[in-house]
Design a protein around this ligand. Structure first.
Ligand code: SAM
Length: 289
C-alpha cells in the first residue's frame, strides 16, 4: 500500500481529521520521508528527538534506523495511534506534551542510554511555531549534534541565510552563531495531506562544538542584534538609539566610526563580528547591560 492510502486508512480507522490549529499536514510521499531520514544521517548509536510525530509516518522510518526515538506530541488524539503502532518497539518513547514547555535537558539526560553517542532532532514541524521551537533548541544549549526540520520554504531561506545576507533576520544571526545551516531538500505541497498553501523545505543545522565567535556577554550581544532588527527600516544608528542601546545619536555614530562601520548602514547588513565589535565597545565604556 502506498503512503497516501496508508495515511488515509489510519485516519479513517481512528476517525481522525487533520487539526489545522495544530499545524497538522501529514507527509504522504515515501520518497521525501526517506530523504529526510537520509539527510538526518541517523544511525544505531543516535538518539532522535522527533517533534510532532503525528500519525507516525516519519517515526516508523526513524525507529528502523536509530538507537532510540523519543517523540513529543501535543495532540492526545495522536497518542493512542502512536502507541498502538510502536509501543512494542523497545527503542520508542512517547511524551504527550507541548514541546515548548518540555524540559529538553532532562529529557536528553534521562533517555541517553550508554549505547547512544549523538542526539539529533528530526521533525516535520508545526509551522505556526517554527521559530520558537528552533530558538528553544538553540538557546537552551542542549547537547545535540544536529537539527533537521521541515519548515515553510520562505522561512527556510531566512533560516539558512548568513548575517548580512538578503534574507537575514535576528534569528539568522542566532542560528549562525550556534550552527552551520543548509537547505537540504525542497518539498512540494503535494507531499502532504491536507495540502498546505505554501511550499516547504528541509533545513539542517549542524550544531557547532563552540559558538562561531567568542562573545564576552551573550545577553548584551543578542539584545543589540534584536534591537537592530526590531526596526528594520531604520538605519542601525536610529534603531540602536530608539532601542536605548546608545543614549544619543552622537554616541552611536562615534562608536560605529571607531570600529569602521558606516553610520548609514542598516542592521541587517552587519556580520556577527561587527555586532560583537559594537558590544565590546559598549563593554569598554562600562555599559555591560
Ligand atoms: N510528523 C508528522 C508527519 O510528518 O506526517 C506530522 C507533522 S505535522 C506538520 C506537525 C505535528 O506537530 C502534528 O502532529 C501536531 O499535532 C504536532 N504539534 C503541534 N503543536 C505541537 C507542540 N506545541 N508540541 C508538540 N507537538 C505539536
Amino acid at each position: 500500500m502506498n503512503l497516501f492510502d496508508k495515511t488515509k486508512l489510519i485516519m479513517k480507522q481512528n476517525n481522525i481529521s487533520a487539526n489545522k490549529n495544530l499545524g497538522q499536514n501529514f507527509l504522504i510521499d515515501e520518497n521525501i520521508v526517506n530523504q529526510i531520514v537520509e539527510a538526518s544521517d541517523v544511525g544505531k548509536d543516535d538518539m532522535i528527538i522527533e517533534i510532532g510525530p503525528g500519525l507516525g509516518t516519519l517515526t516508523e522510518k526513524l525507529l528502523e534506523k536509530a538507537g532510540r526515538v523519543v517523540c513529543i506530541e501535543l495532540d492526545s488524539k495522536m497518542i493512542g495511534i502512536l502507541n498502538k503502532r510502536f509501543s512494542q518497539n523497545k527503542n520508542f518513547e512517547l511524551i504527550n506534551q507541548d514541546v515548548l514547555k518540555t524540559d529538553l535537558k532532562s529529557l536528553i539526560k534521562n533517555n541517553r542510554i550508554n549505547s547512544i553517542n549523538k542526539v539529533k532532532v528530526v521533525a516535520n514541524l508545526p509551522y505556526y511555531i517554527t521559530t520558537p521551537i528552533i530558538m528553544k533548541l538553540l538557546e537552551e544549549k542542549l547537547d545535540i549534534d544536529s537539527i533537521t526540520v521541515m519548515v515553510q520554504k520562505e522561512v527556510a531561506e531566512r533560516l539558512a541565510d548568513k548575517p548580512g545576507g538578503k534574507e537575514a533576520s535576528s534569528i539568522t544571526c542566532t542560528i549562525w552563531y550556534y550552527s552551520e545551516p543548509k537547505i537540504v531538500l525542497d518539498v512540494p505541497n503535494t507531499s502532504f495531506i491536507p495540502k498546505p498553501e505554501v511550499q516547504s523545505a528541509v533545513v539542517k543545522f549542524d550544531i557547532l562544538e563552540n559558538a562561531r565567535i567568542k562573545v564576552e556577554n551573550e545577553e548584551l550581544f543578542f539584545k543589540v542584534i534584536k534591537t537592530a532588527f526590531m526596526q528594520k527600516r531604520k538605519t542601525l544608528v536610529n534603531a540602536l538609539v530608539n532601542g536605548k542601546i546608545f543614549e544619543n545619536r552622537e554616541e552611536a555614530v562615534e562608536c560605529l566610526e571607531k570600529i569602521g562601520i558606516d553610520e548609514k548602514i542598516r542592521g541587517e547588513k552587519l556580520t556577527l563580528e561587527q555586532y560583537n565589535d559594537i558590544c565590546n565597545s559598549l563593554i569598554a565604556k562600562g555599559k555591560n547591560i
